[in-house]
Design a protein around this ligand. Sequence first.
Ligand code: ADP
Length: 189
Amino acid sequence: MRVSDHLRRGPADVGATVWLTGLSGAGKSTIARALAGWPRLDGRRVEVLDGDELRRTLSAGLGYSREDRDANVARIGLVARLLARNGVLALVPVIAPYRAAREQLRAEHRAEAVPFLEVYVSAPVEVCAERDVKGLYAAQRAGRLSGLTGVDAPYELPQSPDLVLDTSRRRVAESVAHLAAVLADRGLL
Ligand code: ADP
């Protein structure tokens, strides 16, 4: 094999950050995990950066003020960018409620020419509350929790996301196929 063959990068070597933003229970983790397990990604280096795990570790001590949420997003964004620039497909199912913080992520990736996609995983808050995977919506209603994104804390809608996946209208498999198609279009799959 020639040196140039080693240097040539196919889609399998191109990393990217795919940030799945949206309310709690919208389906971000479900879609990220399903994509990571997709047969077409076999052999590909993929990481799902689990928001809850990173809150317990990398972001231990941070709370849910705007400042702390932005710091959490910036830290996770750094990890994703480092992975992505080394050929990993970094899937990040993290709420990231503030637009400016998401734009900052995009700018940091752009500065290094690392592909970045903002995917808005959307579902009406009533649907998320009905799913209530973590019991957060019930806890908020019962007065045991405050600052729940989309209920009594802001969620700033993405203005020009790379993709919108409405999980109240699409099955998980459809969302995954759509996301994979967008990645393929951009030469990332
Ligand atoms: P998030 O990561 O956005 O907080 P999760 O993925 O943890 O949300 O939870 C979403 C829940 O909604 C899961 O229990 C999932 O099975 C369920 N769900 C139902 N329908 C869909 C759908 N069409 N797309 C994604 N998730 C769905």
